[in-house]
Ligand binder design. Sequence first.
Ligand code: FAD
Length: 430
Amino acid sequence: MKNKRYIIVGNSIAGVSCIEGIRKIDKNGEICVFSDEEYFNYSRPLISYYLAGSLKENQLNFKDKQFYKSNKVKLFLNTKCEKIDFKRKILYTKSGNFEFDYLFLGTGGKPIIPKIKGIENVKEGIFTFMKLKDVKKLKKYIEKEKKVKNVTILGGGLIGLKCAEGLLGRNIPLVIVELADRLLPNTFDFIASEIIENKLKEKNCEIIKKNTIEKIISKDGILKEVILKDGKKIKTDILIIAVGVYPNTELIEGTEIEKNKGIIVDEFMRTNINFVFAGGDVCESKEFDNNRSVIAIWPRASRQGKIAGINMAGGEKKYEGMFLMNSVELIGIPTISFGITNPENEKEYEILKKIDYEKKIYKKIVIKENKIVGGIFLRDIERAGIIIGLTKNKVDVQVIKKSLINDKFGLLYLPENYRKHIVKGEGIEV
Ligand SMILES: Cc1cc2nc3c(=O)[nH]c(=O)nc-3n(C[C@H](O)[C@H](O)[C@H](O)COP(=O)(O)OP(=O)(O)OC[C@H]3O[C@@H](n4cnc5c(N)ncnc54)[C@H](O)[C@@H]3O)c2cc1C
């Protein structure tokens, strides 16, 4: 039988996991992977450490060259995929045209650039923080312009805070401007935000909330100042824009592939064309709460890529959804936040909390009708995996409720039936 030909667009975690998924089932098919980046694979969550200087470029890779060799993958770096002919199953790139039987789209996300007055006049001083290329540019600018004294970051979400971490590692004073009333507003509550805020302030970082940048002032194309909505002026040499990402669907615009915010996939990660699959930040899938959404996090991209690969190669595996989750170290504090962490109508929920401001430890568990629906863990995250497992499996926690935020809480506290399940099955995950 003729070998199948697989094409993967994107060499980040979704694309790489897709290779692994394919090879679980099909050892001989031809796999070609395309990336428009010139760099080998790297972990985006680590680029702030590269900026800070605590990791070197070769420490950012999550797979080595041998991985591609042993999986018989042809890797095309610096090769943008420009067009796809779905009828003839041909992918067009600058380096030539490639026929395929199955296609995986793992093109990730792009930074949102808000329309701010004056932004169009700036030629030097504005950066984004998504790719290694962005960090290299930023690093070069800081090192060349030795007089960089002030940096402003627009956005106090995951990417803004990771960038702040990198800059503070270089002892550069910062201002973070956030539109919401707290940092990481998608998954943090006020207490978690305050703990991170205090830590940032200790490191010479000012935080301005409930505000945004309304105007940018430059001179001869060089950034000079930003003016906030309330009129406050901030002198700044660098502005980092980190207000969010959107799915990079450029390649399928105007084609028959269905999209909403992201490319729409079913539980097998298949698009509306049966030989085309997608996964990671580019795709919109049914998540744990049964709603279709785009959750731009690493573990989702990894899982979806692998599942897509298995199904492309003829296996059968379903994606069961994830919840909105962040598992991230911020300014040296490990944090995990997931699900509903800040319910609007608190009366409908039971909320368990434990706070130690001095040690910067915080645990919050949100319960509805005896089932955990969300949580926040700062610093003491060891047992968060068990809590997430209980949430995912909708375990009734009525009898163990009091122990949930106990420091010694562990597997032995769990109901016996559930303990058996997690020993046998995929009960726990982070
Ligand atoms: C600074 C930062 C910190 C983060 N920290 C965390 C964290 O701590 N925890 C967490 O869970 N998540 C984190 N994330 C999010 C996480 O990195 C993403 O969810 C993950 O990288 C998504 O993987 P992906 O493979 O779907 O897409 P991406 O990683 O975005 O990769 C897509 C790839 O496809 C390439 N591509 C796009 N179009 C084309 C084309 N036409 N032709 C060829 N190649 C193309 C892109 O250049 C890119 O290389 C962070 C993100 C950033 C930016």
